[in-house]
Every structure is written in C-alpha cells, then in structure tokens.
Design a protein around this ligand. Structure first.
Ligand code: AMP
Ligand code: ZN
Length: 114
C-alpha cells in the first residue's frame, strides 16, 4: 500500500475537501488554490506521472477526464471554461508524484505559462 500523499487522501487517511469519489477516482479542492475554482482529480491507482501511463490505464484516464469536465460544469465553468493541466516531473513543476489533473477556472488564465 502506497504511503504517497495523494494515495492517502484517496483512502481518506488525510482529510481533504472532497467533491467526488467513486471506486476508481477521487476529486478534491486544491489546498492552495491558484484560481477561484481549483480542484484536482486523481486516479486511485498510484500512477507516478504522465510518463508512467500504461496501455491498460487509457480507459480510466478517459473516464477521469470526462468526470473532470462534469465537475467543472458543476463548479460554474461551463460558460467561460478554464484550464485542465497535468504537470509532469521536474520541468513541469510536479510536486506530488501521483498523477493529478488540475482543473482551474473562475478567472482569465494567462498563456503561455511561465
Ligand atoms: P503539482 O505541483 O502539479 O504536483 O500539484 C500539486 C498540487 O497539490 C498543488 O497545487 C498543491 O497546492 C496541492 N496539494 C498539496 N497538498 C495538498 C493537500 N493536502 N490537499 C489538497 N491539495 C494539496
Ligand atoms: Zn499515490
């Protein structure tokens, strides 16, 4: 059993502001929001980062993206949209080594990122 931070959040061992959970994924508000809406959607399976995605994970990640979009709509992002981001490893600024999709909205977001 992994003792990674997001595995522990997904198991409920570390508290979070949960917005959705099923048997294969978990969504919760980011603890340090970078926009009025900022939540994370993670697979319960410990996948370290985007480079470690396996062929058997593709359906799961498709469902994760679909769920993220539904949650974004619930959070008021349907009209103006926002950003869906997966940071990967050092250059991507990944700080938690468990794949997570950031969903940000509620204000205009600059592009390109710094
Ligand atoms: P990243 O930099 O892409 O790895 O994103 C990690 C994100 O996790 C950051 O936006 C953090 O603010 C967020 N984070 C770290 N610890 C927690 C926590 N305990 N609960 C919720 N979000 C967290
Ligand atoms: Zn993990």
């Amino acid at each position: 059993m992994s003792d990674c931070l997001f595995c522990k959040i997904a198991r409920g061992e570390i508290p979070s502001k949960k917005i959705f959970e099923d048997d294969e994924m978990f969504a919760f508000h980011d603890i340090a929001p970078k926009a009025p809406v900022h939540f994370l959607v993670i697979p319960k399976k410990h996948i370290e980062n985007c480079m470690e995605v396996e062929a058997g994970d593709t359906a799961l990640l498709g469902r994760l993206l679909h769920r993220a979009a539904a949650l974004a709509k619930e959070q008021g992002m349907e009209e103006r949209g926002g950003r869906f981001v997966i940071n990967c490893k050092e250059d991507g600024g990944q700080t938690v080594d468990h794949l997570h999709l950031h969903v940000l909205g509620g204000r205009p977001l600059g592009w390109p990122p710094g």
